[in-house]
Write a protein that binds this ligand. Sequence first.
Ligand code: AMP
Ligand code: MG
Length: 479
Amino acid sequence: MKFSDLKLTTPYLKLSALFYDRVEPTPLQKPFLIAVSQEAAKLLGVDEKLDEDEALVSIVNGVKKLQNSETFSMCYAGHQFGYFVPRLGDGRAINLGKVNGQNLQLKGAGRTLYSRNGDGRAVLRSSIREFLMSEAMYGLGIPTSRALALIGSESKVARERWEKGAIVLRLSPTWVRFGTFEYFNAKGEHEKLQELADYVIDESFPELKAQEGIYLKMYAKIVKNTAETLAKWQAYGFNHGVMNTDNMSIDGRTIDYGPFSFLDDYDKEYVCNHTDQEGRYSFKNQPGIAHWNLGELAKALSPIVKYDAALQILDEVFGASYETLYSQIMYERMGLQTQQENDRELFSWMLGALQSAVIDYNDFFRKLSLFDGDKSAILECCVYRNQLDEWLDVYMLRLEKESLSAEMRHKKMLHVNPKYILKNHILQEAIQKAEVDDFSMVNDLLKVALAPFDEHKELEYLCKPVPMEAKNIKLSCSS
Ligand code: AMP
Ligand code: MG
């Protein structure tokens, strides 16, 4: 199947008119292809080469349409930094329709009814970041929207300086957000709330159909999925940066990549978003914020779900789902197969030691994967060694309680501890090249993003140490 031969459907347009606005994309000038993810194309049943599809650029640029495509933007509200904004909506995202369970959406394709003061555009640098990180999160096994193609252009876009516009064609099984429910609840449109819940069940939780207490069960699923995604973010050191309820997907996957960042050095206090002065969305706050956001969703659903029952689910399901998955992944990352009495202490000690050592979080685990008693490879990456030095001695003793051979442990750990993490400094380098029309590094990064646990001998330059001045920097929200 060829991408340009896909036939779409538009089930969202069967909802009442309040849910969306039909809008045509505004094409960029002199568009050109920068990168494609053939891996993402598989989701659509596309097996022919995307970059050989002569219609691809025109479709991503909104000039040509896939069969049966009807373009529209979605309406939603949201809590931004804790404050309710009654109407947001897709200010720069335009939906094309759906195929194979994936909703296709153009980000940066021009103004919509929901653009407010925005220009409906996305600049090249933020589009490269979203394109690559969507695929990198998938590569790490973290639920996420995906990115199929990235185009650049000669269109000028005003930010702090003039920049060039780009469009990402992104995919998700759903683009409904917590804020979509909040929109209808705030307007007192309770029938619409139910209409939306039925749509969400159809789209994301069809296994619930015909069950009793279906909306409460839907809420429980949302809580569980969100908690599990958060467990993965925390286990791999991902800081989303803008966990507003309008950026929370109703099926719990990661969406809306803005000023995100992976931790460089381990620092639980890290705040990647420069505008987040109070650190509301700091790394350590993320699970608590997800819980808060789910509380707001419970309020929004209260006309169709018993609020107390929803809160009870939130308390029971969130913590348990989060803890179970987080601890499972961390056991794997540490190469431990059995549970032993003092593991909790060992684990907290490790995080404390990492925090004080000033050491790259994910590189630590990659090095730990090959640890055999010789501490030097790890300690030479620390600024302050004492705590980690002592911890490694105790960890070595703990490993003796495992029956797995060292060789098997190394092998297993290398499969859960990535060699390649798309850290800011490397994304920044790729962006600088792209801004002078060299897209080779974007395409190199895509390769490692999709297979981060593998060795890529010719691409080792992509996992070089982070320069001191680039560590855990804060990123601008401008995009
Ligand atoms: P975000 O937090 O980046 O997901 O965006 C918050 C809201 O602002 C959403 O409703 C976006 O669609 C909207 N938005 C962000 N940037 C632009 C832009 N350049 N033009 C129009 N709307 C935008
Ligand atoms: Mg958003």
